[in-house]
Design a protein around this ligand. Structure first.
Ligand code: ASP
Length: 330
């Protein structure tokens, strides 16, 4: 993927004093995990770790004072939108929130390129969630300011995958050598598409457990295969539970089904409960991008291996790191 050189100093002589002109992500879009290599990830995680320490020590600080984020969501969101807002505000910046596009000119028929060209007149960076695959890449073609993909339909969710991987690093210390089992809706779940791609940069084993109609797309399996990563597909979690280091549970994405009878046939097939956890490794972690709608029983929440609430918090630090990086302050 060719990255835009949008705010490249050579094309933009009006840089504010103090911007780090050589910073690797300065002015870049964050559209797909395909744009990252291991070195990039190590750098992002180092910055995110520093953000974690700063938030713990002082809470809010002025790294992005005067900067404005436009947060444009065409699909529902709780964690992604609120963590981007919190990230911007913890860094001293501010946010134009457009969470209900029906109250904006989108409802008058405005195109995505025009909406993006409007918002970049007022903001320094745009976070976009959209129901169509490729919408962020399309928006990025028209925008001069960085676009961050906050989920494009069933396509990708790169910032989620970054926070997922950061969770694994912070919780288990490393990624190489781990067996990661993804469970549930692997067809429509965009988070597992991005995460499988990102994990394929490491020495991991991947298990995909899903019903037949929700299998991991062939395109992703082929891509991961191209990196020589062992992958196995199963219908039954028990086949791989005991060897799993990271159990990544997903919601069946009701809103993506054309036929609700199909949804009814597969909802509730997999439920992780306290009894399931008795057959898992003592150091395994359970992750979930959330929201959960019954896939993980509440009796797992107090198990120290339940990492899904901590995972949400790691999302704040990753998004702080990304905002600081694309705005040239990290
Ligand atoms: N919150 C995640 C997403 O936006 C996962 C989900 O909705 O199930 O993709």
């Amino acid at each position: 993927m060719v990255l835009n050189e949008k705010l490249n100093p050579t094309s933009n002589p009006h840089l504010p004093f103090g911007d780090q002109r050589g910073a690797p992500f300065y002015g870049k879009d964050i559209l797909s995990v395909k744009q990252f290599n291991r070195q990039d990830l190590a750098y992002i995680f180092e910055v995110a770790h520093e953000m974690r320490e700063m938030v713990t020590r002082i809470g809010t600080f002025d790294l992005l004072k005067g900067k404005i984020l436009a947060s444009l969501f065409y699909e529902p969101s709780t964690r992604t939108s609120s963590s981007f807002t919190a990230a911007m505000e913890r860094l001293g910046g501010s946010v134009i929130p457009i969470n209900e596009v029906k109250y904006s000119s989108v409802s008058k028929g405005e195109s995505l390129p025009d909406t993006v060209r409007t918002l970049e007149c007022y903001a320094d960076v745009i976070v976009l969630r959209h129901p169509e695959v490729g919408a962020s890449a399309e928006a990025a073609k028209y925008a001069r300011k960085p676009i961050i993909n906050a989920g494009d339909g069933v396509g990708e969710h790169p910032t989620q995958a970054l926070l997922d991987l950061f969770t694994i690093v912070e919780e288990l210390g490393q990624v190489d050598g781990l067996t990661v089992t993804m469970l549930g809706d692997l067809k429509y779940g965009r988070t597992v598409h991005s995460l499988a791609r990102l994990l394929s940069l490491y020495d991991v084993r991947l298990n995909y457990v899903s019903p037949e109609i929700l299998r991991m797309p062939a395109e992703i399996i082929e891509e991961v295969d191209g990196k020589d990563i062992p992958q196995a597909e199963h219908r039954d979690l028990e086949a791989v539970l005991a060897e799993t280091d990271v159990l990544y549970v997903t919601r069946v994405q009701k809103e993506r089904f054309e036929n609700l009878d199909d949804y009814d046939a597969v909802r509730g097939l997999y439920v992780i409960d306290a009894e399931t956890m008795t057959r898992a490794k003592a150091e395994m972690i359970v992750m979930h991008p959330l929201p959960r709608v019954g896939e993980i029983s509440m009796d797992v929440d107090d198990d120290p291996r339940a990492a899904y609430f901590r995972q949400m918090e790691y999302g704040l630090y990753i998004r702080m790191a990304l905002l600081a990086m694309v705005l040239g302050k990290a």
